[in-house]
Design a binder for this molecule. Structure first.
Ligand code: ZN
Length: 136
């Protein structure tokens, strides 16, 4: 079901400051920034080889990422795995009794199909599934 790690999401309070660290201190290649109104976030994507690092800043304290930062502070937010067919993966997980945040896939950054699995059944790690065209 899982092909590879698509990206790692990191929750940050100040995107500009975080971008400076990832670009100028770690020297990762900057890809793009994107505002996702629906999730009340703005994010910046960097490339670490073929794995993307996604810095996520909430644009509203009410957002899920905003609440996450308030509760746990900045840091690792989620791991995203690339899957071939997200609808099939969600059906499979549902059949296995895994608690899902998204029962159905929705459109995320870059037009990819995404869905989140609840951390409760994943040893405290928020997991995102991503289906996107190869090479993206
Ligand atoms: Zn993500």
């Amino acid at each position: 079901m899982i092909k590879k790690i698509d990206h790692i999401g990191i929750a940050v309070k100040d995107l500009k400051e975080a971008m400076n660290i990832y670009r100028n201190i770690l020297g990762l290649k900057f890809k793009n920034t994107e505002v996702i109104e629906e999730q009340k976030i703005i994010h910046a994507t960097f490339l670490a080889g073929r794995v993307k690092i996604e810095l996520v800043q909430p644009t509203h304290p009410d957002s899920t990422v905003g609440k996450f930062i308030e509760k746990r502070g900045e840091g690792m937010h989620h791991i995203a795995y690339r899957v071939e067919n997200i609808d099939e993966s969600l059906r499979e997980l549902n059949a296995k009794g895994v608690k899902l945040i998204d029962e159905k896939a929705r459109i995320g950054a870059d037009g990819a199909k995404i869905a989140f699995i609840h951390p409760k059944d994943m040893k405290g790690v928020l997991i995102e599934l991503v289906e996107r065209a190869e090479g993206k």
